[in-house]
Ligand binder design. Structure first.
Ligand SMILES: [Zn+2]
Length: 490
């Protein structure tokens, strides 16, 4: 039997409850809904981490962040063979396209991709200069400019010059995180393949900042002046000032904030729909395994939080997951409790590649887990320049600088922190996780703590979450600038 082609679509920061097939009130995601109507939808899929680097490294290795150390070290070491590397070794051609800068060579995730298309570049080169945006309100640092000037002289000088110029004159449209420019390179690469292929498409639209094309923003706005105000604002500044409690968004602003997010989710789904339609028209659809997943979710003021920071509450770790393809049940929904890192074993099994001992397939009959686990490594103190940009003090972040581990069963959730906090939530009676029941439910607490100890032993974790601070990898000023643009502060 001819091996299947495999398409893994990652929707960055996309919440389940903004997908219509998961119950969104508005029809935001017709493409995903249609895929789910003809495929297998997981009602209870959980990310292993609430932000891109550890969440994606779990999907690509099948390992928890604590097993690879990626949450603390901020780099996936090459000894962890990724899904792409394993498929490549099995004869697959491999391709990835991304606008998320955690998906840079510096952080290890692109390991094993024959072609890695960087949407932050207009012309593809090994020299990353394109986010050196000299026109933005916050002037580029001097070392960034010097590094960019040096970098521009490396490799193809002409391409580098075009990439720099494209930022200057905004050829890479700021109201589009790359969705519009995704289809063409994917089509081109897939069409050229003569062997089975694995393609990974990472959409960044639903990630802060929420600045969709104006027509999409208008469609979801019921207060256009306020929406326009948010579109023109420094949303990262609003986000961090809200989270720290220094300057909360008003209820009206939060309403408009959610509408902009909804517009991004809908626009992203529209882009994905164009890709799926092309697969149908080109005859690839029926012999391709298609997996759609969010790397993690997004907070919309639950617990006073925004973006995907400082928490392991449900909005951040419960994610959409749909699988479609030959031999996949049609229109089925499963309540099995699963981790998105099992996409690793699922793809290997479908590809007929060797399965390492830790790999599990989501298509096995015993897919239902007794519990799932998510980890949030301790964040670092934001850098001075960002504190200055947001008019915040270091102490504003004090409550957030701790690592978290969450263990969730179908009924309960245990959250422990490196600061010694223990929280227990009764998810059936308190889905919003508002009341800590740790003292009122000692039996459930003991059960969950036993499971937690069992999990720690199984993954070799020696503490509730790593407490040692490991120096982050040194990145070029260009990468640092791109991460800053995504709202990462440290
Ligand atoms: Zn992400």
């Amino acid at each position: 039997m001819k091996p299947l082609n495999i398409l893994l679509i990652v929707l960055d920061a996309t919440r389940t409850d903004y997908c219509s097939c998961y119950g969104a009130v508005q029809p935001l995601t017709p493409a995903l809904d249609q895929l789910a109507a003809n495929g297998l939808l997981f009602e209870r899929a959980y990310a292993s981490a609430p932000w891109t680097l550890p969440a994606m490294s779990a999907i690509l290795t099948g390992l928890y962040p604590t097993q690879t150390g990626v949450g603390e070290k901020r780099v996936l070491d090459p000894e962890h063979q990724t899904l792409a590397s394993r498929l490549k070794a099995s004869g697959y051609a491999t391709f990835a396209i991304s606008k998320n800068s955690w998906f840079s060579t510096e952080f290890g995730l692109p390991q094993g991709f024959d072609v890695f298309h960087k949407l932050w570049q207009l012309l593809q080169t090994d020299v990353d200069l394109t986010e050196v945006n000299l026109t933005q309100a916050y002037p580029a640092e001097r070392n960034l400019l010097i590094s960019a000037a040096k970098g521009a002289m490396r490799g193809n000088v002409l391409k580098n010059a075009v990439n720099l110029a494209s930022r200057r004159i905004k050829l890479l449209n700021d109201s589009d995180y790359g969705a519009r420019r995704t289809l063409a390179p994917v089509k081109k690469w897939i069409s050229a393949q003569r062997t089975p292929w694995f393609a990974m498409v990472h959409y960044l639209e639903a990630h802060l900042e929420y600045k969709p094309p104006v027509a999409w923003a208008r469609r979801f706005s019921d207060n256009w002046p306020l929406t326009q105000k948010l579109l023109a604002a420094d949303q990262l500044r609003l986000c961090y000032r809200h989270i720290t409690g220094v300057e909360r968004l008003t209820p009206d602003e939060l309403h408009a904030w959610r509408q902009l997010y909804a517009a991004e989710v809908a626009y992203q789904d529209h882009a994905m729909g164009q890709l799926l339609n092309w697969l149908k028209q080109s005859g690839y659809y029926d012999d391709t395994l298609i997996i759609v997943v969010a790397d993690h979710g997004e907070s919309m003021d639950e617990h006073g939080l925004l973006a995907h920071l400082y928490s392991l509450h449900e909005p951040l770790i419960h994610v959409p997951l749909v699988i479609h393809g030959p031999d996949i049940p049609c229109g089925r929904r499963t309540e099995a409790l699963v981790q998105t890192q099992d996409i690793f074993g699922t793809v290997l099994a479908v590809a007929g590649a060797a399965m390492p001992p830790h790999a599990r397939s989501l298509l096995d009959t015993n897919v239902d887990r007794r519990y799932v686990v998510a980890e949030y490594g301790a964040p670092r103190m934001p850098r001075q320049e960002l504190l200055k940009r947001f008019d915040l003090q270091a102490e504003d972040f004090a409550p957030f600088l701790r690592g978290l581990t969450a263990l969730r069963t179908k009924q309960h959730k245990l959250v422990v922190s490196t600061a010694g906090d223990v929280e227990l939530f009764d998810l059936q009676n308190d889905p919003a996780e508002l009341a800590n029941q740790a003292e009122r439910m000692p039996d459930a607490l003991a059960d969950l703590q036993a499971m937690h100890a069992e999990w720690q032993a199984s993954v070799g974790a020696s503490s509730i979450a790593p407490t040692t601070v490991v120096a982050p990898p040194t990145v070029t000023p260009e990468v640092a600038e791109r991460l800053k643009a995504l709202g990462y502060l440290d």
